[in-house]
Design a protein around this ligand. Structure first.
Ligand code: ADP
Length: 478
């Protein structure tokens, strides 16, 4: 079975968030199960030179895009057993950043069209299934059905569309329908992309794809409601039969306290006590906080956006800092949150640190050195940070939503599966009580705390199970 995995980010080539983690690890797990999955990405200027110079050109073609005909080179690179194709077009992709340009809609539409157009020119591979991810690839199922059905081999291709983040849908002026997408005279497409006076790329994929998935079972249910559905809930409800939730995994080799070169002492689920205390002391010292094994060190490692429930944290931070705790934030994002965390750092410099930056090495030291990780998200399709934290023996404190609900079982009611602290409502004091309960166990019931840490560290968050579920889905389709 041949599967083409179309995505805009894949670590180590391109990563701005969780999507890059998925793109960089799911395909390898699927290939390990014997499926020929290849990944197709834009050849963005931000891809490190060490990879760019290893790419070899395998095809060249012209991509029709509205009234334009644009160049498309296809370059190939094998990395850790996976074949990657890169769509090369300097006009669209030779920019300082992956996103954030006035013509993003056109760049994204070009990528989707180029993926389809180049298939007939790539030697030695033709997909049975194209698996698309998020709005950047949402036009692929639409273009496939509206522009490529005259080509015999394309008729058999099935499409899967995975929603990682429903917030970004690719909403553009209706003018683009003809000018860029070349679909103004295709009534079916116009109707299904229409979003008020505008057009919506993701809506197109949700209507056109053969199967829809999202990244956790709970989120698959949540998006059928208006609270979480981002205005797409009617489509999810209508297409409920073809919608499934498959939990993301994490790269358990990369996120491993037994191998991590960023941390001062490596450890595993039997040596965690010594390992965590050495890493905690080192982190406290690095952050300029008192080196004290008994005070709970609570961290946040996150994009600083509303989605992550940061309003709950800022609301209770003063009350929390009155307790005997240390808080450290690692994140960049909305200025209001950056400023708020800096403000609290100034207010309580002996208890609070706000590291306003994106730093992978420091994030590893946070995961290894902390006792607890905060993740009180408003919504969370899957979330990776809570799983990484558990791998490092840092217990997550989460709101029960999306993938957080599926991965973090509350330990407070004595559930033997308990591996963290989880509260149901988007309520600041539920968060505060969960933190206080966690701190109480940490200080006064070390035996229970250590048992929880050990259990959390042993949980299986590898991609293996998810890879099998995706393969079952592809098999059903073809
Ligand atoms: P999202 O994709 O919504 O940002 P996830 O929890 O799925 O959230 O993934 C976030 C990833 O980004 C995790 O690997 C996390 O460790 C990492 N991360 C977030 N902020 C930072 C930061 N400031 N520095 C380093 N890594 C970060």
């Amino acid at each position: 079975m041949n599967v083409l995995y179309a995505i805009f980010e894949a670590d180590p080539f391109i990563k701005t968030g969780g999507l890059g983690d998925v793109g960089g690890s799911l395909p390898a797990a699927i290939c390990k199960e014997g499926v020929d999955m290849r990944v197709i990405l834009p050849k963005l200027h931000t891809i490190p030179e060490q990879y760019r110079k290893r790419m070899k050109k395998v095809a060249e073609c012209t991509v029709p895009l509205g009234w334009r005909n644009q160049y498309c080179g296809v370059e190939m690179l094998k990395e850790k057993g996976v074949t990657y194709y890169f769509i090369d077009n300097e006009y669209y992709f030779k920019r300082e950043n992956p996103y954030g340009y006035g013509d993003d809609g056109e760049r994204i539409a070009y990528f989707s069209k180029a993926v389809l157009e180049c298939l007939q020119h790539i030697p030695g591979f033709f997909p049975d299934v194209i698996h698309c991810n998020d709005w950047h690839t949402a036009m692929i199922p639409v273009f496939l059905r509206e522009h490529y059905m005259e080509l015999e081999e394309y008729k058999k291709i099935k499409t899967v569309f995975s929603v990682h983040n429903l917030k970004f849908q690719g909403i553009y002026s209706g003018y683009m329908l003809g000018d860029v997408l070349g679909l103004h005279d295709v009534k079916n497409a116009a109707d299904q992309l229409k979003y008020g006076d505008a057009i919506n790329f993701m809506k197109g994929a949700l209507n056109y794809s053969d199967r829809l998935t999202t990244v956790s079972p709970t989120y698959a249910e949540e998006i059928c409601t208006s609270w979480y559905g981002e205005d797409m809930e009617d489509i999810f409800l209508r297409r409920h039969e073809v919608l499934s939730g498959i939990l993301n995994g994490i790269d358990v080799y990369k996120h491993s306290p037994g191998r991590d070169k960023n941390i001062v002492q490596k450890y595993n689920s039997t040596t965690f006590k010594a390992g965590k205390s050495a890493n905690k002391a080192a982190l406290q010292e690095e952050l300029g906080l008192a080196v004290d094994p008994d005070v709970p060190l609570i961290v946040l490692i996150s994009r600083l956006t509303e989605q992550k429930g940061l309003d709950l944290i800022t609301f209770i931070l003063e009350e929390l800092l009155a307790e005997d705790v240390q808080i450290a934030i690692l994140g960049v994002g909305d200025k209001d949150y950056e400023d708020a965390f800096k403000h609290f750092e100034n207010l309580m410099p002996d208890k609070m640190r706000a590291c306003i930056k994106f730093d992978l090495g420091l994030s590893a030291r946070f995961y290894a050195g902390a006792d607890m990780l905060l993740m009180p998200s408003r919504f969370e399709p899957c979330g990776l940070s809570q799983m990484i934290a558990m791998r490092y023996g840092t217990l997550p404190i989460v709101r029960q939503t999306g993938g957080l609900k599926d991965t973090v079982i509350d330990c407070r009611d004595g559930n033997p599966e308990g591996c963290g602290f989880a509260f149901p409502d988007f309520n600041a004091h539920e968060l505060l009580f969960a933190i206080k309960d966690a701190a109480e166990i940490y200080r006064n019931d070390k035996k229970r705390w250590d048992a929880l840490v050990k259990y959390a560290m042993k949980k299986d968050f590898s991609w293996k199970n998810s890879a099998k579920s995706y393969i079952e889905l592809y098999e059903e389709l073809i």
